[in-house]
Design a protein around this ligand. Sequence first.
Ligand code: SF4
Length: 341
Amino acid sequence: MLVKLFGKSLEELKNIALELGLPAYAGKQLAEWIYRKGIAGFDGMTNLSKKARALLASRYELGLHEPLDVQESADGTKKYLFQGTPGKFIETAYIPEGERGTVCVSSQVGCKMGCLFCMTGKQGFQGNLSAGEILNQYRSIPEWKQLTNIVYMGMGEPLDNLHEVLKSLEILTSPWGFALSPRRITVSTIGITPAMLEFLNKSEVHLAVSLHSPFEEERRKLIPVQQVYPFREVLDEIRSWDFGRQRRVSFEYILFKGYNDTPAHVNELSRILQGIRCRINLIRFHPIPDTLLESPDEAAMQQFRDRINAKGITTTIRASRGQDIQAACGLLSTKKLLQNG
Ligand code: SF4
């Protein structure tokens, strides 16, 4: 079986070059061709000899994969489905917004965390994605050259697949890789404290933490991992971390009608976030099958936003995109699994 080159680090590519009897600098040339120059096959690697290219092709493949399927929303949002290892499907969303183009990548197939409101959580855990599988979602959508932002907010908990996520971030931001600014990338987590500290140490990209309630017991019902990694611990670590001027921390807050949208929640949120330079993104809940949770109406969401803003925390409502294509993570791949099952 041919080994995939896409998703390999510079160190790994240098070793491959040496194994093939090429000089180590050929590893850097390979990295440049694969990532920044974005070639689709070995033939395009014109600064490698014909012999070297033939040798490469005998043992390796580039390892890029086109999406299997795409659904497009009336608002331009697209949801791509990629084939993972057999029987596993990876979802990726592309979200155009004026000058911006954002890709939302998955880091796992399914998820172990079992959050109450999440379709991916209901699928259970099926596997981690490799750095190559994560990056392929960025590189293999037709819009990849127009992308301005990458968010790790698709299927899975990125910090539960820390090694591959960090490797993918290294490839995205290194000069020998895609050379993207870390300021264009955000990783979202439900707050796994030890992994979050390692992530903060080893990368420079933005952090988004899913909060969804400022009350412990209530949050535990929504996000069971609260029991193991209480948000107070997560917030203490964030409070003591030096994010510098450029790196951003934000909190994600899905609003559930009559559950986490009261004035008491506003007061408690502003209390627990004291001393943290951050913003809050309010997210509209898109109902999933078999849940009693509902979204408040637009006026109630705006009122909640205004109340937190009045407390001095910048808060915005994230625009709902792709509702008509069921952009809620996990729905598309669950359907595909059912079809194939
Ligand atoms: S919300 Fe995120 S962490 Fe929770 S089950 Fe869904 S994918 Fe996993």
